[in-house]
Write a protein that binds this ligand. Structure first.
Ligand code: SAM
Length: 227
C-alpha cells in the first residue's frame, strides 16, 4: 500500500478528477503495468495539479505534455514503467535526475521513499519547489544543478532514476549506487532510447537489463550531452 493516505476530495481534487485518474490507471494496467503499488500511487497523485489550469483537461490522457523551458511532464505510462522497473521500497533513498514538474517525484514520495531530486533548469526548479510545497510534497529534497554527475555529497543511493535521455550509462551515477542498488535510465541517441536497468551486485560488478524503447528530452551536463 502507498505510504501516504489519500487526500480528502476538494475543489482542487474533485470526484471528477479521481474518476479520470481511475480510468487512466485502468488504461495503464491494460498496457502492461502490473505492480499494484505503482498503480496505487498513480491513482493518488493529482496529476492535473502539475499542469497550468488552462491545460488541466490534458492531465489524464496518457501523453507527455509541455511544461515550459522546452521540457515535458513524462507520459503516465513512462512514469509507471520507470517506477515499476525501479522496484522502490518504503524508506529507501532515491535520487531522481530531472525533477521537471515534480510529478514523478511525488509518485516516489507516495511510495514511501526518501526522495532527493535534481533539476538542471533554474526556472523549472524554482517553480516546482513552490508547487511541491503547496501540494504537500514539500518533504522532497530538491537541488538545482547537473544531475548527470549525481549528488556525490549525498551518496550512496538505493535507487537512481534518470528522466532524461543519456548518450551512455552515466558512470558517476553507477558509482553512487549502494551494493544491491538499482539505476533506471533511458540510453540512446537524441531521437530514441532504450530503457536500461542496472543493478550493482558488488563494488565492481553491475548487471544490465534492456527494456522497451522510449523518447525522452536529452540529459544535459558532463555525463549527458553537454551544455
Ligand atoms: N520527471 C519529470 C516530471 O515528473 O515532470 C519529467 C522530466 S523531463 C522529461 C526531463 C527533465 O530533466 C527536464 O526538466 C530537464 O530540464 C531535466 N534535465 C536534463 N538534464 C539534466 C541534468 N543534467 N540534471 C538534472 N536535470 C536535467
Amino acid at each position: 500500500m502507498p505510504a501516504v493516505p489519500p487526500p480528502t476530495p476538494s475543489a482542487a481534487d474533485s470526484y471528477r478528477h479521481r474518476g479520470q485518474r481511475r480510468a487512466l490507471v485502468a488504461e495503464l494496467a491494460r498496457k502492461g503495468i502490473r505492480d499494484e503499488r505503482v498503480l496505487g500511487a498513480l491513482a493518488l497523485v493529482p496529476r492535473h495539479l502539475f499542469f497550468e489550469p488552462a491545460f488541466e483537461s490534458h492531465a489524464y490522457h496518457d501523453k507527455a505534455f509541455p511544461i515550459g523551458e522546452g521540457q515535458t511532464i513524462s507520459q503516465p505510462y513512462t512514469v509507471a514503467c520507470q517506477t515499476e522497473l525501479l522496484q522502490v521500497r518504503e524508506g529507501q533513498r532515491v535520487l531522481e535526475v530531472g525533477t521537471g514538474s515534480g510529478y514523478q517525484c511525488s509518485v516516489l514520495l507516495t511510495l514511501g521513499a526518501e526522495v532527493l531530486s535534481i533539476e538542471y533548469n533554474r526556472v523549472l526548479f524554482e517553480r516546482t519547489r513552490q508547487r511541491l510545497a503547496q501540494l504537500g510534497y514539500g518533504r522532497a529534497h530538491l537541488f538545482c544543478g547537473d544531475g548527470s554527475v549525481g549528488l556525490p555529497a549525498h551518496a550512496p543511493f538505493d535507487r537512481i532514476l534518470v528522466t532524461a535521455a543519456a548518450p551512455a550509462l552515466p558512470r558517476p551515477l553507477l558509482q553512487q549506487l549502494t551494493i544491491g542498488g538499482v539505476l533506471v535510465v533511458p540510453v540512446g541517441n537524441e531521437q530514441v532510447q532504450r530503457m536500461v536497468r542496472v543493478t550493482r551486485e558488488s563494488a565492481d560488478g553491475f548487471a544490465r537489463e534492456d527494456f522497451e524503447e522510449f523518447r525522452f528530452v536529452p540529459l544535459r551536463g558532463a555525463a549527458g550531452w553537454g551544455e
